[in-house]
Design a protein around this ligand. Structure first.
Ligand code: NAP
Length: 314
């Protein structure tokens, strides 16, 4: 089978397509035929492993010294169960699934074995029936991030919620989820993404490339920084000061992504009910993985970038 191998940490060109052996599932594993994967912020990080000097050693001890310990990288997948080990209870051959591979990586290829139970090596759930495999990759990654970090806000109808960085994979889903929960949503993005973010249901949009401050007196019950600590602006600093007493500011970088199939099931339900629509910026074929990494590495994608692995599978 075809697989994308990360030969060493570095620029997109370190990724190479090679033939590798198709895996065989153990008794407690399913074999997934991967139809789509994605290029996420996490994939860019794992390929480049660019961290500040203080995290250099711990990070490399964790993911690999000179290259990722798992040569086939890729964190997100959507596909079909091809076969199931004898102990598998939740899935059967033919089921369409979506999920995250966690420390197991290995989604940049045609087949992957995974356990059906959640662990740091992944979580799997039946895919929403009304979206493509490519869209399902955004629902899994952006969805898990948005649900986990928006969940910290205990959002109630009428709460004033600000999503900073509303145009990325997690931001686009966070806006829709906050609206679904009944919040009044203010979304921050750049000029080119204003219309997109409005179309997702934001009540108000603010352009961080134009505005340096919020209106005097504008306050929020909950603020989610959905782009992470590395991306900032004068406006982001002003947002941090705009909480009501008892309000909460959460960064999507506070903690580790929880791999939770129950959360994937909630995402599936909301997608199928039409409350959440994953946003896809661009889709590349697996053969163009280097170009896809170059594009995502620029940091300005809208929603998610998907990779088609099987071309006639939707
Ligand atoms: N806690 C965890 O375990 C965990 C796991 C994975 C990822 N993360 C974090 O989650 C972050 C978000 O990931 P994602 O995939 O949702 O993001 P993403 O899709 O990579 O974000 C891209 C978006 O960010 C916007 N952006 C760039 N600079 C900005 C700025 N200064 N202010 C506001 N928006 C800006 C871009 O819009 P413009 O083009 O308009 O600038 C673009 O639409 C990652 O960067 C990472 O820090 C955390």
């Amino acid at each position: 089978m075809k697989a994308v191998i990360c030969t060493k940490y570095g620029p997109p060109e370190v990724l190479q397509i090679k033939e590798v052996e198709k895996p065989t599932p153990k008794d407690n594993e399913v074999l997934i035929k991967i139809n789509a994967t994605a290029v996420t912020a996490s994939d860019i990080f794992i390929r480049g492993c660019q961290v500040s000097i203080q995290y250099w050693i711990p990070m490399r001890l964790m993911i690999g010294l000179t290259k990722p310990r798992k040569p086939i990288i890729g964190l997100v997948l959507a596909g079909e169960i091809e076969s199931a080990g004898k102990d598998i209870k939740r899935f059967k051959p033919g089921d369409q699934v979506f999920g995250i591979t966690g420390f197991g990586l290995g989604a940049y290829t045609e087949y992957k074995c995974m356990q059906e139970t959640d662990s740091t090596y992944g979580c799997l759930e039946l895919k929403p029936t009304n979206i493509s495999y490519e869209e399902a990759t955004v629902a899994a990654y952006g969805g898990l991030l948005a649900f986990q970090y928006l969940g910290k806000g205990n959002i109630r109808p009428g709460h004033r919620v600000l999503i900073y960085g509303a145009s990325g994979a997690s931001g686009t889903i966070a806006v829709q989820l906050a609206r679904f929960l009944g919040a009044e949503v203010t979304a921050v993005c750049s000029t080119t993404n204003l219309e997109l973010v409005k179309s997702l249901g934001a009540d108000k949009v603010i352009d961080y490339t134009v505005e340096d401050s919020l209106n005097p007196g504008e306050k929020f019950d909950f603020i989610l920084d959905a782009v992470g600590k590395n991306k900032t602006s004068k406006l982001k600093k002003a947002c941090k000061r705009a909480l009501v007493p008892g309000g909460k500011y959460v960064s999507i970088d506070d903690g580790a992504l929880m791999l939770d199939s129950k959360r994937l099931a909630l995402i599936k339900n909301l997608v199928e009910a039409g409350h959440i629509k994953p946003v896809i910026d661009t889709t590349y074929p697996l053969e163009q993985i280097v170009e896809a990494h170059r594009y995502v590495g620029k940091g300005h994608k809208k929603g998610g970038v998907a990779i088609t692995v099987c071309h006639n599978c939707n």
